[in-house]
Design a protein. Sequence first.
Length: 318
Amino acid sequence: MYYVYVAGYILLAAAMQLFTGNFPVSFLAFPLNIIFAAIWLFLLWILYKEYNNLRITRFLGSSKASVLSISLFIGGCLIIGLFPQLSEPEAKMRNGISASLGCYNFMTSWIFISILLLLLSNLAMITIHACRHRKQARWRFILNHAGLWLALFAGFLGSSDTRTLRVPLYKGEPTHEAFDMNGTSYYLDYDMELNSFAVEYYPNGRPSRFSANVRLGNENVLLEVNHPYSYRLGEDVYLTGYDITKGNESNYCILQVVKQPWKYVMVTGILMMLAGAVLLFINGAKAYDKLGLLCICSSIHLLMVGRSCICPSFIIEE
């Protein structure tokens, strides 16, 4: 019967996706995501403490819920791997049932958000139970599961606070205006200026390395492609492009500013999982650890995929 309920839950999410499009992740920006998490965890705690005999409470804390949520989560990872993940405007240009179900921007689809909500609810329930009743390998279990919850929450529901901006930077022209992927203008609280630019080439004439000496606020820094500069906590600056027709004489470059306020919260969750993995290695794995390890590996892989969607690689602007 639980499988029928979960199937209905996913079908409801699919219907929401078909009729309303992708989940409005930007709605859950700070502080609403914090408020949502606090209310959600409080309700789960009340369910566990006061209504422990309800079927939904028993299900959310059961191994059946773990198997279902992990299987669905891995299925979501496969969809993300099989379909090119596009920006929201690009995804809207695609046609067909796969586009309608959000496969081209799956991490913000109703289907994936519902799977994530089920997995996080299961993780929260079994972590609460471990805190209150578990004696054997308690800290290993809590570190693995609470760390996974924290990393997933920060990586996905915290992504509404992530902002990716592009800055065209010219020599001798300070600016603090940046643009998002839709062309909307934003103003940074510091200015930037291009001081100099350099390109190195392979023997065949293709660029092998390019770098820019720029001023960020009161700092002069050397930016290189694929080497982000951490300007402030949770704010990284990337060099992504230049005028390829002029090479070393390029009088402009393209910078990308990625603001990730939840970056170190996600890193904290990953470090907690690593600490739990070390304890697992020292003490040996039990049967109940193996399913959790599979979910943790899949989650870390997906977190890295999600991070790569906003972190530029070698890009050359025409």
